[in-house]
Write a protein that binds this ligand. Sequence first.
Ligand code: AMP
Length: 515
Amino acid sequence: MASLSLCSAHLSSTPSRSSLPTSSLLSPPLSLFQSPIIRRNSSIFFTVTPRQIPQPFPTCTSLVKCCVKEPLKVMISGAPASGKGTQCELIVQKFGLVHISTGDLLRAEVSSGTEIGKKAKEFMNSGSLVPDEIVIAMVAARLSREDAKKNGWLLDGFPRTFAQAQSLDKLNVKPDIFLLLDVPDEILIERCVGRRLDPVTGKIYHIKSYPPESDEVKARLVMRPDDTEEKVKARLQIYKQNSEAIISAYSDVMIKDNWRGIPTRLNNIPHSRDIRSYFYEDVLQATVRSIKDGNTRLRVDINIPELNPEMDVYRIGTLMELVRTLALSFADDGKRVKVCVQGSMGEGALAGMPLQLAGTRKILEYMDWGDDETLGTFVKLGAIGGKEVDEEDDIFILVAPQNAVGNCIIDDLQAMTTAAGKRPVVLINPRLKVPFGCEYNIKKPTKIESESFKFNMVRMSYPYRYELYKRVTEENGKEKYVLISTYSERPTPDQINDAFSGKSREESKKPSGIW
Ligand code: AMP
């Protein structure tokens, strides 16, 4: 089975320790998103959240669990802009399935001007469905091809009607897994209407939440003809009319989850397991995405209360769990991971280490790393320094590197990153005053400057921009996080306060950096 290639040839050349999955589980989103993640116990956990168009709010996602044999047959369903394309890309990359997208097949027919294309064009442009007989014949022909039979398939955008589902049934075609991406309407409409395609690179942008990098790219962006608000609403309507019948046809291979975005009660200390898991998964997804993008120097900041040493409660277990989540996920992907905790620094009476890290190495040794001797094979423990880098290591996770009083960690860190070369080095909650490449920040400022944002959350999960969420208490007493602003740089407390009071700031007054 193909393993998730994180970034370089160097990484993907390592032997995979992932075995053939016996069960799959679609876990909650978390901007997650996003790659299908292989986890322990021979289970695959897909974390599915639409990715290419960043979600202004976290989406709800369905949970799917089933048993699979080779070759894998997967069906994916979701409303327009629910993120099927993104998830398909990840699944195909991971499992080598043949991706059969009826939308893509039809668009290809249209652009080659075939008979099918001529018939389909009008329906497609108006946002309505192409007649069943055309699509069914097209899909049946594609599924019968040798590559699909041999490698398995991922069917995207089909079936969309009950008749289409029945046609598959008649052909005895049944998926092993049915993935349903369930996203609220208002988010889908916003995404579609702002969605733009770069015809040169194929990259998808969003005019508000994921704008193009340059004016040159901006100038050539195009909008899909069926992405206007009116047509999107019509497509959603059609999707809803048909989806129930389709979903019921595959209910035996689908489980629904009631995930609803950013967890509430973020100010609870300690956080519940669910809330902690949310942050671990969010960091994992951001990290995987970034490494896949080719970044090798990563910085992860999570300042939920129990991971913020300035707070009155600091929970080292949370930091360790986060590190374990990352390390095991990479290990399950066949990477050799070195988890590094800086050792005692200095000499004699001046020897010491930051209090926060005291005992960390021991805790890591005693932690439950699973039942297959992962610790010592795919996950190794080390310190911080050039000599800690072994040839077999694929990725380095550095736990909260920081200066101890009178001792500076920077030289050791520098030596280590130099020795690591192109291999990813991930700093988890570093306390440093030096730039270190990319940054992933999931931060909930608390007890800072202003009461007004005490219960709110600033979140940045690569490659998205910083998002400021306001916590609101609904009439029934439930909490909700509402996106009130986005920033290209980490917002300052002033900017946050301004966002709450509805003021906008001049661009020139934006902070220039995070250091
Ligand atoms: P998509 O890219 O999946 O959103 O599909 C684009 C358009 O292709 C849809 O709006 C429909 O007009 C058409 N289409 C795609 N799949 C199907 C299908 N299974 N049945 C009918 N029409 C389809």
